[in-house]
Design a protein around this ligand. Structure first.
Ligand code: GAR
Length: 207
């Protein structure tokens, strides 16, 4: 039998997506091994949860480094040491440097809570809501060296009904994320995502 891939999840916040990923690993919906949870924020609920359930965790503080590249270089050293094959950004709110991205080309997957390229940044749900968008959604994409910009793997839309509240919309978006993210991770590990020219990600059928 083929050895499972090893992956790291990067977090900065609450960790609801990490919870969903851990559940999916437990249920066998994701076959890869969750080998490391990394955070730039020591107090993030997500990293506390990871430690509590016995996952390998790592925290490095950006302020201990002279610049973003030296920070990322240290992360990469740790990832290589842990034999990480691919990386999942689950609410990681720090931009990866071009150096980092080059080390893991088309091996970093991000979840973003809007239909990219609309409402990039740190508060996609709130920005879409405040803008009055009537349709918003979730994007899963490969990471390149620009923020929320890499080739799109999956998107799912949702209508914003009249009278919707931000809280309710946030809950709905998270529920979509938790369902769609694990699907994309499973496609990735099965070798079903082919990044082609002109940003196209072709999804090939499961064998
Ligand atoms: C998620 O909604 C994710 O899409 C978003 O951060 C949230 C993390 O929630 N990421 C971005 O906005 C990236 N640009 P979580 O910590 O509960 O998983």
């Amino acid at each position: 039998m083929k050895k499972p891939l090893r992956f790291a999840v990067f977090v900065s916040g609450k960790g609801s997506n990490l919870h969903a990923i851990v559940d999916a690993v437990k249920k066998g919906e994701i076959a890869s091994e969750l080998a490391l949870v990394f955070s730039n924020k020591p107090k993030a609920e997500a990293i506390k949860y990871a430690a509590e359930i016995g996952l390998e965790t790592l925290h490095l503080h950006p302020r201990d480094y002279t610049n973003p590249q030296s920070y990322d270089r240290d992360i990469v050293i740790n990832l290589k040491r842990a034999k990480i094959d691919f990386i999942v950004l689950a609410g990681y709110m720090k931009l990866l440097t071009p150096y980092f991205v080059k080390e893991f080309p088309n091996k970093i997957i991000n979840v973003h809570p809007s239909l990219l390229p609309a409402f990039k940044g740190k508060q996609g749900i709130k920005d879409a809501f405040t803008y009055g968008a009537k349709i918003t959604g979730v994007t899963i994409h490969f990471v390149n060296d620009k923020m929320d910009n890499g080739p799109i793997i999956l998107q799912e839309s949702i209508k914003v009904p009249e009278g919707e509240t931000l809280e309710n919309l946030t809950e709905k978006i998270h529920a979509i994320e938790h369902r769609v993210f694990k699907k994309a991770i499973a496609m990735y590990e099965q070798g079903r995502l082919k990044v082609q020219a002109a940003r196209r990600v072709k999804i090939v059928p499961a064998k």
